[in-house]
Design a protein around this ligand. Sequence first.
Ligand code: CDP
Length: 789
Amino acid sequence: MSEPRTDAKISGMGHSMKRKEDPRFIRGKGNYVDDFVLPGMLYMDIVRSPHAHAKIKKINTVRALKIPGVLAVIDGPTLAKYNLHWMPTISADTQMVLPIDEVMYQAQEVCAVIATERYIAADGVDAVEVEYEPLPVMVDPHKSLAPGAPVLRRDKKDKKDNLAFHWEAGDKADAERALAAADVVISENVYLPRIHVASMETCGCIADFNSAEGKLTVYMTTQAPHAVRTVFALVAGHVGLSEEKIRIVSPDIGGGFGGKVPVYPGYVIAVAASVVIGKPVKWIEDRMENLQADSFARDYHMKVELGANKDGTMTSLKIKTVADHGYANASANPSKFPAGLFSICTGSYDLKHAFCEVDAAYTHKPPGGVAYRCSFRVTEAVHAIERATDALAQKLDMDPAELRMKNFIRPEQFPYKSVLGWEYDSGDYGAALRKVMDIVGYDALRREQAEKRKRGELMGIGICSFTEIVGAGPSKHFDILGLKMFDSAEIRVHPTGKAIARFGTKSQGQGHETTYAQIVAEELGIPAAHVQVEEGDTDTAPYGLGTYASRSTPTSGAACALAARKIRDKAKKLAAHLLEVSENDLEWEPGKFFVKGAPQKAKTIQEIAFAAYTNHPQGMEAGLEAVHYYDPPNLTFPFGSYICVVDIDRGTGEVKVRRFVAVDDCGNIINPMIVEGQIHGGLTQGIGPALYEEISYDDEGNISGGSFLDYYVPTALETPHWETDKTVTPSPHHPFGAKGVGESATVGAPPAIANAVVDALRHLGVTHIDIPITPEKVWQILKKKGVAE
Ligand code: CDP
């Protein structure tokens, strides 16, 4: 617990009067929320707290309201009149929309200014005077969980501690017995720091309440439009916002990565402002607001113990985790799994005894728990097991590839029931590792490393053989705020044989427009160019839970194929009618039905579509369309093996990624180019946290990493040449054998890079380094070991 601060100032947070010249405000032309200008639109900007914890003594709006063009200042008490000052988070915790008398993290929303121009709103923010009384700050989750720590969430009746939740999986006593019986046990403290998705487009919305129709339209940057609509209806139903009168439109999105799943206070304030004022209200975050106030990812402190026999057979795993969730638990998690899918932590290995537990702590930081390009904590789980596997290889003096090969779940064991409860659908982990070793030339690299080590040069080879878990989900286990996780597709074939296909998911640059059209083309033979794909408008798209956690292909992709197959079934009846034969006499080839043995007697899908509206048989419904809600029987388990080669500069501690080869397996692939793009992007978002990115706080709760000046995302300069390849192991339960892929590389890359760096320093007795592995961190180690130049 730190002393109260008296000189609070957020780095770069002030809204300057010079904002008009700021290049961030140059508007482009496109289909992003910030491109939209509605008639009579007003602008909103937000006053944010410089303190991590403080009492709000007074908000003085007099100066602000005197500025011509400033129309209103909305504060907590204003919202409290409508009972809108608190809202649920997506993990069923609660979060302030605007505070009444206390702020709980730096950059928290304090009040909002509504004005006729964006710059006037910013000037209004500058003119609002807020008097704070700083209060003690808690930033360390371990201290927060310690007995006797002051309770942060005093808003929660009867809350006596700072535990957001405790969750565990497996048999603790059994895992401990097995660890005690193991010949060798490694124990490492592995920390995955707080990071931010830092997507190119920040969050924002235009809330447009039409008082004549009583209808609210919100154009917003959301990955889950339908879920947002339902949540808005549940939260604001009492002020007359009924679900049929709410339309959420999510246009093009400049990157989501999980950060645009939560509902942020800015959205709710803009909606409230529009409802009250009766005009459209636009709110767009700037970069620093985005980095400092939106939900964060990771922040997992994991103690990993891995046991094995002398011969390297892994026997037992135990992971204890303290997770820093900030002031509110805002993670996207199925309610059955408060720590998400962290129990995939046995990874690719046939472990018979395992236990993991997570204690989540409240602290004075922004809400945490975003699944940043990751299926609900799989990144954390993979980092833990893959680092531990390398530490075990080091202790056993075994080659890390050989240790992995020895412990992999074997192909014939699939479907494989893991000790922590998952049923892995399919996999061939050995094939992926062998392939990546061949491509990179593993044996030659090991020889080169030995030579270099003799000369004092530092070269490392890092492996990561990860197993992913994506496609949430089987609705019997998965929900978000109680909304069951399935997804949907609706296809309508027009009379001229062209189609429109709509989905419950929402692309943020993953290329759904291309791949969904390809699925329709593959299933119905309608050229992809003739398929219009639409997502993100709740007035038109079928209900779905949205796009995150690489779930689109396993859910809506499957729904698309099954809706198309329903259409094909009807098309067959129509073809039989047109060709005057029995359905049993027909065969299908993409694009047409023909009579068995007489291929010239055929009807194309276009002819059939025309007949569906002009010449369908009596008694048959007209039209050619279908909708399918797909509830997957299981998750899909993509996997991969990555090898990273690094050289370390002994003079500076800089890590140079010389080569990085990624072999991925996402089952059957719809579009190889898109999959490759997904992997390239994912690898780049893997090298970022591995080597550069971290958001930390000082004892007073001041952020470090709250602007791009000190939150270091990789650019083209830092990004190495990625080499990619694949194996193909279809999912047995997905309609066309596909698994998700979007996040695989973000999950697999950090441990591969960390393992490579530790491998380079292994002979010096280094067993672990926490990411981000900055030059400073490495240089300090080199200095300590007496090898720095
Ligand atoms: O949910 P999200 O779209 O982020 O993830 P995904 O299902 O992994 O798909 C990412 C992109 O890769 C989509 O455009 C998919 O259609 C495409 N993909 C593919 O072409 N083949 C696969 N086996 C998996 C995904």
